[in-house]
Design a protein around this ligand. Structure first.
Ligand SMILES: CC(C)(COP(=O)(O)OP(=O)(O)OC[C@H]1O[C@@H](n2cnc3c(N)ncnc32)[C@H](O)[C@@H]1OP(=O)(O)O)[C@@H](O)C(=O)NCCC(=O)NCCS
Length: 180
């Protein structure tokens, strides 16, 4: 049974008209896949941790939000070493499209850090980013993780703050080191 994740409405008419059955969805997205509720009445979106990511498609998504290109081999290694990888797919029975992504690193028990949160610009403003963050936190909670951090770009601090994230009190808690 495909579970729904989110607080919005589901357009059951489209879903039913296309006669997608849970078995097909499970096959495409894995048995723990969930539908992501959005304000779109045109598209259906699915969260999946199991569906294989095409690294080129992922990098294209991350570049679409303005991030610089990264060597695919290093990205693959980073994904392999990640605790959690969440793909958000615009459902299509033949060609699902990766429209959102987030991943976490961590010790798997106590602490995690969220990275690479992105929603493709075409799909922004539909509530997907918010649901993606809820899904990430819920998945981390399932692992028993107690503390989660992330490093927000200045333009998105308000996005996280509105979802209950506490901001770092200026310079009193955080330290960075960069290799260049
Ligand atoms: C930030 C991002 C993930 C938000 O995704 P989204 O799907 O457009 O966001 P949602 O539609 O779920 O918005 C949820 C709420 O946050 C608000 N919001 C969205 N982006 C925001 C921003 N940059 N600053 C402040 N509020 C924002 C929305 O207005 C909405 O408010 P509401 O609940 O009161 O209606 C997306 O804009 C993105 O991928 N940006 C580029 C990459 C990036 O900066 N990622 C974060 C790295 S730290």
């Amino acid at each position: 049974m495909i579970k729904k994740f989110g607080s919005g409405k589901v357009n059951l008419a489209i879903w039913a008209k296309n006669s997608f059955v849970n078995d097909d969805l499970n096959q495409m997205y894995g048995s723990d896949a969930m539908e992501c509720i959005s304000s779109s009445d045109q598209f259906h979106f699915m969260f999946s941790q199991a569906r294989a990511l095409d690294l080129i498609e992922l990098e294209q998504l991350l570049q679409s939000v303005g991030w610089s290109r990264r060597p695919i081999r290093r990205v693959k290694k980073a994904l392999d070493n990640s605790l959690l990888k969440v793909g958000l797919w615009q459902h299509d029975p033949k060609f699902p499209r990766l429209v959102g992504f987030a991943r976490c690193t961590g010790d798997g028990v106590l602490q995690a850090t969220v990275w690479d949160v992105a929603i493709h610009p075409v799909y922004q403003g539909l509530g997907l980013g918010k649901e993606l963050m809820h899904y990430v936190i819920k998945s981390l909670k399932k692992l028993g993780i107690e503390r989660v951090v992330l490093f927000a770009d200045p333009g998105v601090v308000a996005f996280y703050k509105s979802q209950g994230w506490q901001l770092e009190p200026k310079g009193s808690r955080c330290a960075f080191w960069y290799s260049n």
